[in-house]
Design a protein around this ligand. Structure first.
Ligand SMILES: NC(=O)c1ccc[n+]([C@@H]2O[C@H](COP(=O)([O-])OP(=O)(O)OC[C@H]3O[C@@H](n4cnc5c(N)ncnc54)[C@H](O)[C@@H]3O)[C@@H](O)[C@H]2O)c1
Ligand SMILES: [Zn+2]
Length: 363
């Protein structure tokens, strides 16, 4: 597979995700294909690290094709995914004269994508935007599905909107410059798709030969796993765009993942690393409830470690675990609500989990 297209079917809001090596270099051609003519202003949002690597040829391609384009760089890091940065984007958009017919492009990881999406959702009550994700996590997760957000001092992603992109362009070649640890963290979400809905993907990832090709960033293999991941995400999002039901299964491993991110301090574990440990805990609960076999639990554990992801539960206090879970609204009438595996490729939502089933894993 050296190119793939996936439709995200959402009625009038439907869009395509195109995965192709080198697509970033021919962005004008792609924009033309989706009907973005060069009389429209384009605001590209990125950060310094990414723009140092990719912006020059990206802008050249747009300018050579007579697009009126300007770039705004946001400060890197979760700390700057906030209202202040959003406000700076609005100021820049005003100066540039961004109108209802203009377009915003997010070139970067999940942070750039989330804040750009929210800027596009709110500027002039909503204008079109395009996602060009450059981390594995943003390729397989945040760029598709239309969740946009910034953080509030009281919590992550508290201010946001659902706003679907007009298109998503994914260039797996950009993963070559991504720090290895960030790549592995993205693999946690890919593994997640395998466990929740795609046994074939799970088995593909387990295969030693495939694993080596993936780790060596061979385009064909990257396209295969990104394509499978997005297919699952697209399928689930199209059934439940605003997470009233089934979309919650995408949060497999995330309840305990959030606990770990919160209690170990953001920074000790990357999101994907915390999710790996979260999947391990969910796997253990499922094992005890007899939902899946020991063999399946071990397969999940092995795959997590084989992609250099952590699976050891850090020392955290039981009481604090409960406090975070309560804050996450995972508790209803004293019972906890979790997504648990019923086998490789199948999960369900359980809202009858008693504390004793998981508190023993904490100190
Ligand atoms: N909207 C959603 O549905 C959704 C889903 C999951 C996560 N998120 C959000 O995504 C964010 C995390 O995204 P992330 O993991 O992509 O992190 P990120 O955006 O911080 O990127 C990670 C780091 O890699 C750098 N980088 C990005 N692409 C690179 C490349 N190709 N080469 C070299 N360096 C590169 C970035 O500058 C950054 O330092 C969080 O804020 C999270 O809340 C959103
Ligand atoms: Zn996640």
């Amino acid at each position: 597979m050296n190119k793939s297209k996936i439709l995200v079917p959402l009625g009038k809001k439907s869009y395509e995700v195109t995965i192709e090596a080198g697509i970033r270099k021919k962005i004008s051609e792609e924009l033309f294909k989706i009907g973005v003519k060069n009389n429209r202003k384009i605001l590209v949002i990125s950060n310094k690290e990414i723009s140092d690597l990719y912006i020059e040829e990206f802008l050249k391609n747009l300018k050579d094709n007579n697009y009126q384009v300007q770039i705004f760089l946001i400060k890197s890091g979760e700390l700057h995914k906030n209202l202040e940065t959003l406000s700076e984007i609005y100021n820049f958009a005003f100066e540039f004269g961004l109108d209802r017919n203009s377009l915003i492009i997010a070139l970067g990881g999940g942070i750039v994508g989330d804040i750009t999406g929210l800027a596009a959702a709110t500027w002039l009550r909503g204008i079109e935007y395009i996602q060009i994700p450059t981390t594995l996590l943003s390729m397989v997760d945040s760029s598709v599905g239309g969740k946009t957000a910034v953080n509030h001092p009281k919590g992550k992603n508290l201010i946001g909107a659902f706003h679907q992109p007009k298109a998503v362009f994914i260039d797996p070649e950009t993963l070559k410059t991504l720090p290895k640890r960030e790549f592995n963290a993205g693999m946690a979400e890919v593994i997640k798709y395998g466990v929740i809905k795609d046994k074939e993907l799970f088995e593909f990832l387990e295969n030693e030969k495939n694993k080596n090709k993936i780790i060596n960033l061979e385009n064909e293999y990257l396209i295969k796993i990104i394509n499978s991941s997005i297919k699952t995400k697209s399928h689930i999002v199209s059934k439940d765009e605003q997470e009233h039901g089934i979309r919650a299964i995408l949060n497999y491993g995330h309840s305990f993942g959030h606990v770990i991110e919160n209690l170990c301090g953001y920074g000790e574990f990357l999101h994907g690393e915390a999710i790996s440990i979260g999947m391990k805990i969910a796997g253990k609960i499922a094992l005890e409830k007899g939902l899946w076999s020991n063999e399946e639990f071990i397969r999940q554990d092995n795959i997590i470690t084989s992609y250099s992801l952590p699976n050891k539960i850090p020392k955290i206090n039981k009481k604090e675990v409960i406090t975070i879970l309560m804050g996450d609204k995972k508790v209803r009438d004293g019972k906890m609500r979790f997504i648990l595996p019923k086998g490789i490729g199948e999960v369900d939502i359980y809202d009858d989990i008693v504390e004793s089933l998981f508190l023993k894993y904490f100190s």
